[in-house]
Design a protein around this ligand. Structure first.
Ligand SMILES: [Zn+2]
Ligand SMILES: [Zn+2]
Length: 310
């Protein structure tokens, strides 16, 4: 099936609360970026998977989370409060905005507090991160199906199914971005030279979950290099994304893009996303290309697997 999938890692302040140096511009842009992205998805009628940090679903908290087995000061930055006074730590209306959209988005999870789920992380912490995400969403009447691991560090997938998740975003075999930083020069080179677009093959893993691997991070090339290239009228990521979208249509494949709302720190970043969505819309109008969420892909892959072949 010719399909484009877009997943959005929505985390507000949680995405960098454990960083030594917090990227203030990105944290400050995150709420506006969320609404801008939602607006552009509406404009082009494009559904996406929004992988949301579980804490954002809460209406309030005490700021301490003593029930969570992370006892190492992990929640020190959490200011607590009602959502309205700490709106970088709670969705405070942003999940409602998603639910109010005329486009049917897939609301998924991105752990409870953006703890990386390394395979050697304490099992009970991993369980708490996954369980608390599903529980916080359930309080809002939401059953989450899609999961994105913080930092793209894949681990503890066997626990996901216990809490209702059906799929996650995998690396795939040769993705340049696998959670370890890639040299900026190499990123630029791979973007400029391009190579073949990376179509992916969703598959059912050993735990019965569907792995929907990523093809391309839309801000693989960012910051000063992105701005310089934008001024020069060349955007290697836009070019690569466009070729991938066309390849999905031509080769009947799946092309999976992802980004964060906090990548939209300025107009040139919004422009990159807008031009990609416009291209998806164009190719969709003249081919069999569809746009599916991760949950929809998972449902289709599981249905295909359970259909006996004659
Ligand atoms: Zn809290
Ligand atoms: Zn994240």
């Amino acid at each position: 099936m010719a399909t484009v999938v877009i997943s959005v890692d929505a985390e507000l302040a949680w995405g960098s609360h454990d960083f030594e140096s917090v990227p203030t511009d990105r944290v400050e842009s995150a709420r506006d970026g969320w609404r801008t992205l939602l607006d552009r998805f509406d404009r082009y009628d494009i559904p996406a998977t929004w992988a949301i940090v579980g804490h954002l679903f809460l209406a309030d908290c005490e700021g301490e989370h003593p029930e969570h087995p992370s006892l190492d000061g992990w929640f020190d930055a959490d200011p607590g409060g009602p959502a309205s006074t700490s709106s970088r730590w709670f969705a405070d209306g942003l999940v409602d905005a998603l639910l109010d959209s005329p486009v049917e988005h897939d609301i998924g999870g991105h752990s409870f507090s953006h703890r990386q789920l390394n395979p050697d992380l304490d099992r009970e912490i991993a369980r708490a991160e996954i369980a608390a995400t599903a529980e916080a969403a359930a309080e809002r009447g939401l059953d989450l199906e899609s999961f994105v691991h913080p930092g793209n560090v894949i681990g503890h997938c066997d626990l996901l199914g216990e809490y209702g998740f059906t799929c996650y975003r995998g690396h795939g075999p040769d993705l340049p971005y696998d959670g370890t930083p890639v040299e900026p020069a190499r990123k630029l080179l791979s973007g400029a030279v391009g190579g073949r677009p990376r179509l992916v093959e969703p598959s059912i893993d050993e735990h019965g979950l569907v792995d929907v691997p990523a093809s391309l991070y839309l801000f693989d090339v960012d910051g000063t290099p992105r701005r310089a290239l934008h001024r020069a009228g060349f955007d290697p990521v836009l070019d690569r994304a466009k070729r991938g979208i066309e390849a999905a249509a031509e080769q009947d494949g799946v092309y999976h893009l992802w980004l964060h709302p906090n990548n939209l720190v300025e107009d040139s970043a919004v422009d990159r996303v807008e031009r990609i969505l416009e291209h998806v819309d164009d190719v969709r109008a003249r081919s069999d290309l569809t746009v599916e969420t991760m949950a929809a892909v998972a449902e289709r892959v599981r249905a295909d697997a359970s259909t006996p072949t004659v």
